[in-house]
Design a protein around this ligand. Structure first.
Ligand code: CLR
Length: 431
């Protein structure tokens, strides 16, 4: 299924060595789904939704044709699409430049929301998803730790950084729009390759919203302020996602600034979350940063931003080839891939083993619907059994902890997933 062999990189380990988790991924990623196109029935969203005003997404029963073959666990894993920005950040010796790339990373995940007005599957309690990229030297892991409300605890690692947080969204259908409010805080520990202190950054995700439901032109918009703070240095980046509004020109727009610990602006940011982001050195003042008219506008900048007279391209969205079923991105379609090498390594709780999501991506919508019902019935039965026995669900791989630096709660990964995986070996004998 794949032509790109993923070779182990010669990694210089400044932090964690994750290469022991590469087993199973030898065949590389897949580049397409089995199915050529999704011939889902086109039903009006408003026709179905109009009776559900005031409801949240988890309480809505929608025909499976409104689903896409992803889940909220996969949607969180999509944060990994542009992790190169974190490696770029770690390589910068100036903390303002590091923060600039971290802000670009925090904004980059929204590019994948374009053209994806579809409901991801709701993960089952205790469902897990692991995703390892030996070619990019990172590993990602997430566990569904609560069902109502739906909460996923995520933990990703690479030698230069650790990224973790709670994927917890509150959603509500208001009639005019369908709003999704992320509640959790995201943490990033960066280990600058030049040495020195580790940086700890935190931020919260912005609001996502499906607009244009009534007019029959549903679109995902992402809007609101995002504050990315470096707790080690006191520096802050403010990034504003502009709401779509009436004018086409404000669609997808981002404006922002990176400030030093005394609040002085050092770098101005601008661009669009669906295409490109630019930065300009603006010591002591703020300036609008827009797409330059030069022919070099597509070359991503990888050095220091030294020249205040020009804007540098710091992030560019990946291509979205037309014709991928469900409008998926080439990145997310690699998630549900499983082959004979990988199968024996993954946990029995891994999302790749969900028959309903598998059926969905293969276009067997009726089977997907009956399997989804069966799994959810089983989940309800397990919950009743727990209740009768007076037990509570305990996540296998995470525990609640409080961050000493920010004072906020987070899900601490116990790390055992990867050691268990290694111990179990290719026979896949988890406890
Ligand atoms: C946005 C980026 C965040 C993580 C995240 C969480 C929930 C996702 C949201 C993202 C994108 C929009 C989303 C939402 C859940 C439901 C909603 C997929 C990925 C869709 C568009 C709602 C469709 C509703 C109907 C078909 C009724 O980091």
């Amino acid at each position: 299924p794949s032509d790109t062999k993923q070779e182990k990189k010669d990694v210089v380990i400044s932090g964690i060595d994750i290469s022991s988790s590469f087993s199973g991924y030898e065949n590389g990623i897949r580049h397409k789904l089995k199915m050529e196109s999704d011939d889902r029935p086109k039903i009006s969203l408003w026709g179905i939704l109009k009776s559900m005003i005031g409801k949240d997404m988890t309480r809505m029963t929608l025909p499976v044709s409104f689903n896409e073959p992803t889940s909220l666990l996969y949607r969180c894993g999509e944060d990994m699409e542009y992790v190169e920005l974190l490696d770029l950040a770690a390589e910068r010796s100036d903390s303002i430049e590091r923060l600039m790339y971290v802000a670009a990373f925090a904004a980059s995940e929204y590019a994948s929301t374009i053209g994806r007005v579809a409901k991801p599957f709701n993960p089952l309690l205790g469902e897990t998803f692991e995703y390892v990229r030996p070619d990019k030297n990172y590993r990602f892991f997430i566990e569904q730790v609560s069902h109502h409300p739906p909460i996923g605890a995520a933990w990703a690692e690479s030698p230069n950084w650790t990224y973790w947080g709670e994927s917890h969204v509150k959603s509500k259908f208001y009639g005019k729009s369908f709003d999704i409010n992320p509640l959790g805080t995201w943490f990033l520990k960066l280990r600058p390759t030049a040495g020195g202190k580790e940086d700890l950054y935190t931020w919260k995700k912005v609001t996502s919203s499906v607009v244009g439901i009534i007019t029959g032109n549903p679109t995902v918009d992402n809007y609101g302020p995002m504050e990315i703070k470096n707790w080690t240095t006191g520096e802050v980046a403010l990034v504003e996602f502009k709401a779509r509004g009436w004018k086409a020109s404000s669609a997808y727009q981002i404006v922002g600034k990176v400030m030093d610990a005394s609040g002085q602006v050092r770098v101005s940011l601008g661009g669009r979350w669906n295409s490109r982001l630019y930065a300009r050195l603006t010591p002591g003042y703020e300036a609008a940063v827009d797409e330059p008219s030069t022919k070099n506008k597509d070359i991503v900048h990888r050095g220091s931003i030294a020249d205040p007279s020009r804007a540098y391209l710091i992030w560019q969205a990946n291509e979205r080839p037309a014709g991928i079923p469900f409008n998926l991105t080439p990145f997310v379609l690699t998630f549900n891939h499983i082959d004979d090498k990988l199968r024996p390594w993954i946990a029995p709780t891994d999302s790749r083993l969900r028959p309903d999501q598998r059926a969905m991506e293969e276009g067997e919508y009726d089977f997907a619907a009956t399997e989804k019902n069966r799994l959810e019935e089983n989940q309800r039965a397990r919950r009743r059994m727990r209740e009768n026995a007076g037990e509570e669900f305990v996540p296998a791989w995470f525990t609640k902890a409080t961050c000493e630096i920010t004072g906020e709660e987070y899900w601490q990964f116990n790390g055992k997933y990867w050691t268990q995986r290694e111990k179990a070996g290719p026979d896949g004998d988890y406890e």
